[in-house]
Design a protein around this ligand. Structure first.
Ligand code: NAG
Ligand code: NAG
Ligand code: NAG
Ligand code: NAG
Ligand code: NAG
Ligand code: NAG
Ligand code: NAG
Ligand code: NAG
Ligand code: NAG
Ligand code: NAG
Length: 691
């Protein structure tokens, strides 16, 4: 064999041998699994089961998250004397050797979350005792019980941030955190806490406390004046009562009691800086009407709380006196959505002179008198949707006050009339939702309210509201839109869906052609509409309209989102499909009666990788026998296939007769010229074969 041919083979072999020798040599030493950036070693997700021993001595951060480490041996950190941060979260860690940190005098942050520390906690606790500088400790998700936790945390006097979330804590008392004098932040969410007795009394620096997702039934005699954020959402809390005798100003800024069982508005501190009060999803109501009547002289004002050790605390809380809600004068946000509020107690809202967001959706409000309530001028967002409002009153003066109101949601109420100049008086209003009320749009000649003397009007004038951008008028029982209904109002978002009798006159919304980005016309009895003037339209909803074909003018738009669900579309003509596929990003098509044999549009959309058919797996079509098929599983040959398949059909049709013909001729030949056969055989056998 020539040497030239052998040479490349040899070179290849050598390279391969070197490679196979080098690869293990490169990957097995520990440090190659770690990335080093400055003094940080990142060894996460490396399937290692011990601490790498060959990292530079001077590393300050070592990240070992998501590995298989079961035990941190005593000497595994001895070389890394400068270590400040160690993360060994999400391993299988059961024990931390008691001498592990003997050479780690600078360690400040230790993350051991997501391990099995409940197994070897005794030895681990001896290790932690040696960390005299530790500030941050994460022990979340370690199946720690009360007793284990208090063993692990003894003498941790320098700790500032502690995470004990997702453990098995049931009860906390004064012994639980007795040494944590420097603690500023404590995360106890997602345990099973049902009782806390004096556990935080000596944590004088604690500022952030998270108790969310536990089983607490009350927070009473609350006296943590230094606390800034308290999150007690998702418990079973029926009572929140701050110590009403303390005259000190509480530092509390955020109180989250979302998703509890509160019946009363919380009894807040007498003086505080509370800015964010989250009370949604409770059962809060006001009871002033009960206090007023003399019918209930025997109703008590005190609440008794018992705890496990049979200690009783009597709290007198002026239960029926709504003048006592504590200090809410700094509130920015009040979220009372999903409660049972039927009215605001007298003077309640005026106690919040700097309120910015008032969220009252899904309550039981029946009347809203803005003149009476005196909403503050700082208000930016007001949501009273999904209540039982039948009346909304406001005089000109109180409307002029609301110069910052930008978002107003009145949807899903029983309103049939509104103050005539409600929206034109709100100089900053930018988003209005009055969907699902019976309120019309005033025609040009009527300036609202003229019909019943100026107080209330059953229609709204939407012209010349220059700040308004988003308008939702879904389900308002709208009929024919007056012409130039929105002149001078630069809407970008107009929702008119669920008005089955809607009749958009040719000139009614044309004034919006230069601003409109979204138009909602779902379930409006739409037949055909010329969308071509709306050059800026990006999103169009024409679902539920019994459309049998797409409006031709759609092709001229630069649509990104198109909702065509629940119409009677048979197909999408290929020229329309082609142009739409170039621009669309999101399309909804379910609920049409597509023809299985005219699905070219579907293939067009499929080919255009940019189009996202949201409900693809639900789209179905009907074949010639009216059977329904899922488009995604459709057999392409069912209708004779598309043009490509039909070529094969023709070939097949051609081949069969040709084969038949050939067969027949062979048989014919053999039958009628029998002498040919032996001759052919003879010819073949006569020839000697050469071996
Ligand atoms: C905790 O600290 C105290 C006082 O410094 C000391 O007496 C005690 O022995 C320490 N506890 C443990 C378990 O080391
Ligand atoms: C505490 O740990 C949990 C789970 O590991 C995490 O979701 C949470 O953000 C942590 N809390 C803080 C305050 O970092
Ligand atoms: C309270 O905690 C829950 C659960 O962690 C979280 O979803 C919520 O955003 C927190 N509340 C505040 C006001 O931060
Ligand atoms: C209030 O208590 C007194 C004495 O216990 C009783 O006689 C009276 O019927 C009670 N009143 C009501 C309205 O329950
Ligand atoms: C609770 O009761 C126990 C004994 O019953 C008593 O020693 C303890 O001082 C009581 N604690 C309070 C806060 O009243
Ligand atoms: C709590 O108040 C009730 C009624 O006012 C009284 O009978 C009870 O003795 C009080 N209990 C304590 C521990 O003060
Ligand atoms: C709304 O409140 C004002 C001020 O208290 C009052 O004068 C007016 O009558 C109220 N309007 C209605 C309809 O109750
Ligand atoms: C108005 O409130 C309703 C019900 O709470 C909600 O579904 C809708 O999205 C809100 N409208 C806007 C514009 O946010
Ligand atoms: C305005 O409303 C009030 C209360 O509904 C009513 O008493 C008054 O007559 C109305 N004014 C006019 C001019 O209709
Ligand atoms: C289109 O309007 C209908 C109401 O007729 C609504 O149910 C649907 O969610 C809207 N589509 C999108 C994408 O928002």
């Amino acid at each position: 064999m020539p040497i030239q041919g052998l040479l490349p083979t040899l070179v290849c072999l050598t390279i391969w041998t070197l490679w196979s020798l080098l690869i293990p040599a490169l990957s097995h030493p520990h440090h190659s699994l770690c990335r080093l950036t400055q003094k940080i070693a990142l060894c996460s997700d490396s399937e290692i089961s011990s601490v790498p021993r060959d990292l530079p001595d001077n590393i300050e951060e070592l990240h070992l998250t998501h590995n298989h480490i079961q035990m941190l041996q005593d000497d595994s950190l001895s070389r890394y004397i400068s270590l400040r941060t160690l993360s060994c979260a999400k391993n299988r860690l059961e024990t931390v050797g008691s001498k592990l940190f003997h050479n780690s005098p600078h360690l400040e942050s230790l993350n051991l979350a997501g391990n099995q520390l409940h197994v070897g906690y005794q030895e681990t606790s001896r290790a932690l005792l040696t960390l005299s500088r530790l500030k941050v400790l994460d022990l979340s998700e370690n199946q720690l019980t009360n007793d284990i936790a208090s063993v692990l945390l003894q003498n941790m006097t320098s700790l500032e941030h502690l995470n004990l979330s997702r453990n098995l804590l049931l009860r906390l008392d004064e012994s639980s955190f007795s040494d944590l004098h420097q603690l500023r932040e404590l995360d106890l969410q997602r345990n099973m806490l049902f009782e806390i007795v004096d556990a935080f009394d000596h944590l004088h620096k604690l500022q952030r406390l998270n108790l969310a997702f536990n089983h607490l039934a009350c927070l009473m005699d609350f006296d943590m004046t230094q606390l800034v954020v308290l999150n007690a959402s998702h418990n079973n809390i029926e009572w929140f009562i701050a110590n009403q005798d303390l005259q000190e100003t509480f530092q509390l800024e955020t109180l989250d009691l979302t998703n509890n069982n509160l019946l009363f508005f919380p009894f807040l501190p007498i003086q505080s800086r509370l800015r964010n009060l989250h009370l949604s999803q409770n059962r809060v109501s006001f009871y002033e009407h009960l206090a007023d009547t003399a019918g209930y002289p025997n109703w008590t004002n005190s609440v008794q709380f018992f705890n496990l050790r049979d200690n009783v605390t009597n709290v007198t809380a002026q239960l029926w006196d709504e003048s006592l809600h504590g200090d809410i004068s700094s509130l920015d946000l009040l979220d009372l959505s999903g409660n049972q509020v039927g009215y605001f107690p007298q003077g309640f809202i005026s106690k919040m002179p700097s309120l910015v967001r008032l969220r009252m959706q899904t309550n039981c409000l029946e009347v809203l008198n803005l003149t009476l309530e005196k909403l503050p001028g700082t208000l930016y967002e007001l949501d009273v949707s999904n209540n039982r409002l039948t009346e909304l009153h406001a005089d000109q003066g109180s409307l002029n006050e609301l110069g910052k109101l930008s978002y107003l949601n009145l949807s899903q109420n029983y309103l049939q009339s509104l103050p005539p100049r409600l929206f034109s008086s709100l100089t900053s209003i930018s988003s209005v939702d009055i969907s699902f009320n019976r309120i019309g749009i005033c025609p040009l000649e009527e300036w609202g309210g003229n019909r019943d003397g100026g107080n209330q009007s059953d229609c709204v004038v939407w012209r010349n509201i220059i700040s308004l951008r988003q308008l939702h008028l879904s389900g308002c029982n709208l009929g024919r839109l007056p012409s130039s209904a929105f002149t001078g109002t630069p809407l970008t978002h107009l929702e008119l869906s669920n008005n089955p009798e809607l009749n958009i006159g040719p000139r009614s919304i044309v004034g919006l052609s230069r601003t409109l980005h979204h138009l909602g016309l779902g379930n409006t009895g739409l037949r055909d509409f010329d969308f071509s003037p709306f050059h800026h339209l990006k999103s169009l909803n024409i679902s539920r309209n019994s459309l049998t074909q797409l409006p031709a003018s759609l092709q001229r738009l630069e649509l990104r989102l198109l909702d065509l669900r629940d119409n009677n579309l048979n197909t999408v003509p290929s020229d329309q499909a082609n142009t739409l596929a170039l621009k669309l990003q999101t399309v909804f098509l379910n609920g049409n009666t597509f023809n299985c044999c005219q699905l070219d549009w579907y293939r067009t959309f499929e080919r255009a990788k940019t189009v996202n058919i949201i409900d693809l797996s639900d789209i179905s079509c009907q074949d010639l026998t009216k059977n329904t098929h899922k488009v995604v599983f459709l057999d392409p040959l069912m209708c004779g296939g598309s043009e490509e398949e039909s070529v094969y059909w023709y070939i097949l049709l051609f081949i069969v007769p040709v084969l038949c013909l050939v067969g027949i001729s062979v048989i014919f030949l053999l039958t009628f010229r029998p002498r040919l056969l032996p001759k052919a055989i003879k010819n073949k056998c006569r020839r000697p074969t050469s071996y």
